[in-house]
Design a protein around this ligand. Sequence first.
Ligand code: SF4
Length: 378
Amino acid sequence: MIEQGPIRPPSESKSLLLRLTRNCPWNRCLFCPVYKGNTFSRRSKEEIKAEIDQLSEIVNDIKNISRKLGFAGKITRTVISHIYPNKDYSTIYRHVSHWLYFGEGSVFLQDANSLIMAPEDLAEILNYLRQKIPEICRITSYARSRTLARRKPDQLVMLREAGLNRIHIGMESGYDPVLSFMEKGSTAEEHIKAGCLVREAGISLSEYVMPGLGGKRWWREHALATADALNQINPDFIRIRSLRVPKTAPLSEKIENGEIELLDDDGVVREIRLFIENLDGITSAVASDHIMNLLEEISGTLPDDKEKMLSVADRYLDLPEEERTIYKVGRWGGAYRSLDDLRDLELRGKIEQVIRQWNLETPGQVHEIIKEIADQYI
Ligand code: SF4
């Protein structure tokens, strides 16, 4: 039976998933509900290799199905339509056929910190994986900064040579009081060291930052120190993933106890603006590729698109309050993807009608309702 972990980055939605370890070896970050209640465990090299063998057989099986259907091993929509509804094929067949159909050849290693494996063992697995499934052209993984900061430069070079193309790091913040309060288990210094080691090894680097994490108390320091850390790393990608707190995250208790007061959506946009404004001397691509971000349009490549990204935040913040409310309902309701969507008069009319109804039924509660709608995504 092939195992799959619960998550992968949004940018890896077309990747084949391979689970090297289970859950998170740290598992203490207050804002993170993903692995809470689950214990970390390692998988043996033999177990992982046996799973790679199985995946390789499934790839060959699917190509044979394609040949039988007259498509010469190519995975077409017809091949997918043959596999998906057929109960003889397991979920893994569907996953692998979907992967072959998109043809990007990308593999994502699960779960939270594959780099915790001994570098020699991980390199052996990477080499085996590429040898058994030659369709693979890119391999990526999550990793923790504290783990990476303890690796030697030549160990990371070895992993790059074995096929590891990209590492995704959850930096969240570059401000130590925030990192410490949130029990991130990495300091700003470790984040910077880890990021620089990855870059120097020639591995592509994606850093996730979390606007909102400093709450009302630390939002400025959080924005400035995070920008400063990233300016020292110059990662290939800076990915924005604004904070939203599910009930299952330990942070929700701290909010109830009054230990931290969160920013509202507009405050988070102000923080993102300050953060972008202070990214300097780097060439990273910035992406807001997560539904938890209010302004998906804040994306572009530094330094050329900096003004454009700032202008998106300014355009939103300059809107009258009523317009910002309409935008938030449209965005969190799944109808809007850009500020220009406010110009869609038909959609706008529907949203205004919904807001009028809320005001009649629960006067003064519109902002609470908007928050509830936004929280549905977590
Ligand atoms: S290290 Fe990552 S996966 Fe582990 S608890 Fe923190 S945020 Fe969650």
